[in-house]
Design a protein around this ligand. Sequence first.
Ligand SMILES: *[C@@H]1O[C@H](CO)[C@@H](O)[C@H](O)[C@H]1NC(C)=O
Length: 361
Amino acid sequence: MFSLLFTSALVSSGFGGAHAWFRVACTSPLVSERIDPIINFGQIPSNHVHTIHGGSNFAANATYDSLLDSECTSCKVVEDKTNYWFPKLYFKDPADGKFEEVSNGGLLIYYQNRGDEDARNGGAGLKAFPEGFKMISGNPTRRGTKYALDDSSQEALSERAQFYSCLRYGSADGYDGYGFPTTDCESGLNARIHFPACWDGKNVESADQSHVAFLTGLDNGACPDTHPVGLLKLLYEVTWDVHAFADRWSESDGWPFVYATGDPTGLSWHGDFQNGWELEPLQNAIDKCDNPNDDTGYGSTEACSYLTVQDSAVADQCKIDPVVTETIGGTGVKLDKLPGCNPLQYGPDDAVMYMDGNCPE
Ligand SMILES: *[C@@H]1O[C@H](CO)[C@@H](O)[C@H](O)[C@H]1NC(C)=O
C-alpha cells in the first residue's frame, strides 16, 4: 500500500520547475469515523465517514489550542498538529449491492509557495495559517459540473480544484478529469485537490468558505482584492487502490466506486484542514525554506531546518479510538448501507445531505 503514496502524477507534470514546496506525508490514519469539526462542529456523528490524519486531539469540538496540545501526530512533521481529513471510498459490489472499503496509500499534502503574493514572485510574502484557521476545498454535495473551463469565477475554480488521474501504467488510455473514470486503474486512482491560497485577513472560518479564495489561476496567479493575504497553497493527494476490485466488475456494470457521501460521480471529492501548526516554524519554513540553491527548493521537507521529520514507524503509532461506534469497514467487511445510510445520489443536481436518522429503525 505504501507505494501508492508516491505514484504521484505531479512529479512528471512540470511540477519541478515551479517555486518551492515542502510535503507533509501521512500514511496510517489517526482514525476513521463520522466526525467533522468544520461542517458539524460539536456534533456526533456527522454526515459521512472521513479518514482523518494529524494531531491526536482531533475531536468534533477541537480548537487551535487543543490541537496544539496533541500528544502526537500521525503525519511526519512534528511541529504540525493540524488535522487533515477526506471522505472514505467504498466499492459497491455489483453482485450483491453491498459496500466494502477501498484502501489507499495515505495522504500526501503539498505546501506550495505560489501566486503573486509569494516573495519570490515580488509579493509581500506568504503568511502562516493563523490560529483557529479552518477551511474546506471541494463540496460534499457536488454531483455535476456547471462551469466552462475558461470561467475564472471562484465557483468555477472550486469546481476545477478537484481532479483525478486514472493511473494505467503500460496502457495508452489513461484518464485525467474532474469526476471518476469508467475503467479500472491498474496503478491506482489518483485524487487531488487544490486549496484556496488567499485569505480575507479577518475571518478564520466561515460556513460558506468566503473567508478564503482561490488564486486566479488556481495553482498560480493573483489573489482577489477581497482576499489580499497570500497563504501557502495546499494540494492534497490520495491514491485509491481500486485495482484490488478489478476482477469483480466490468465496464458494462458501470463504475462501482462511491464516496461515503453517497457519491457515484467523484465530484464530491473534498478535503478539510483545521490548523494545528506551531506558527513560528511554519512562518520560518515559508520564509527561509524556499531556497533554489539547496534541497528546500526541490520539496525536501528534511532539508528545512525549521521542521522536524519523524520516522514513519513513530507516526504510524499515533492513533485514537473513534467516538462514533459503528462499523465503517475493515478488510473483507461488507456493509448493507453506507454509514449514516447515505443514499446514492447521481446528480447532476446538488445532493441533499441527510443527517443521521436517515437509517430505518
Ligand atoms: C470537547 O467536549 C468534551 C466532552 O464534553 C470535553 O471534555 C472537552 O473539554 C471539549 N474540548 C474542547 C477543546 O472544548
